[in-house]
Design a protein around this ligand. Structure first.
Ligand code: APR
Length: 231
């Protein structure tokens, strides 16, 4: 049984909870232009459009339930004697709903609001609007607390430290198309971790993993956790 397990998750782990992925057939980036809804420039150009995009996803995520894959990871954290850290690219909050506590949201969270004037953070209302005022500085400068393309992901120092200490790195439900997350497998491998990919289809980085299991997350993640706990 590995002592330090780092688990990277992407949109694929939440697909069976009814939340869309980005790059699969008909995914979010087939419906919306990234430059319009997931960049600071897009937000400056049309904040109403961006708030509407995230308001819809916030409502959908609030109604979504964690699935067997999220729950298996929460069980692993509870049962495993060593350290289990989830680094998620997802903003849907389903890991916490499943009971995971050690979770780093490198792309932020739909539940969070941020004031881009004073940096204050608070729990986002269901619907955010461009003229909402910051509860701290009262500036009309509120935005979803999510990381957009061209911005620096959160917790990069802690993530880098965790990858250095990891004995086991597991990537679940991510296409491996977006950096820096797509390079985590190489960092973990460099520091001697065993690397595992659990995905519906091979990701772009599949050849960099020592072990690969393909299938729906609700099947292969509980099976993998079961096997890991028996080691
Ligand atoms: N079970 C397991 N994996 C699945 C499932 C499923 N049921 N359904 C889809 N997948 C896999 C797909 O095969 C794909 O490899 O999940 C992955 C989803 O890839 P993307 O849609 O690219 O999502 P993700 O990798 O999380 O994107 C990373 O890109 O746009 C940004 O900020 C956004 O965090 C996101 C980042």
């Amino acid at each position: 049984m590995a002592d330090n397990i780092v688990i990277l998750t992407g949109a694929g782990i939440s697909a069976e909870s009814g939340l869309g992925t980005f790059r699969d057939e008909g995914g979010l980036w087939a419906q919306h232009a990234i430059e319009d809804v997931a960049t600071p420039e897009g937000f400056a150009r049309n904040p109403e459009l961006v708030h509407a995009f995230y308001n819809a996803r916030r409502k959908q995520s609030a109604q979504a339930a964690p699935n067997a894959a999220h729950k298996a990871l929460a069980d692993l954290e509870k049962t495993h004697s060593g350290n289990v850290l989830i680094v998620t690219q997802n903003v849907d909050g389903l890991h916490e709903k499943a009971g995971s506590q050690n979770v780093l949201h490198m792309h932020g969270a739909l539940a969070g609001a941020l004031c881009h004037s004073c940096g204050h953070r608070w729990r986002a209302p269901v619907d955010m609007r461009p003229d909402d005022r910051c509860p701290a500085c009262t500036a009309p400068a509120t935005r979803p607390d999510v990381v957009w393309f061209g911005e620096i992901p959160y917790y990069m120092e802690q993530i880098s430290d965790a990858l250095t200490q990891a004995d086991l790195f597991v990537s679940i439900g991510t296409s491996g198309e977006v950096y820096p997350a797509a390079n985590f497998v190489a960092e973990a491998d460099y520091h001697g971790a065993h690397t595992v990919e659990l995905n519906l289809e091979p990701s772009s980085g599949v050849s960099r993993f020592a072990e690969v299991h393909l299938g729906p997350a609700t099947e292969i993640v509980p099976a993998w956790v079961q096997q890991e706990l028996l080691r």
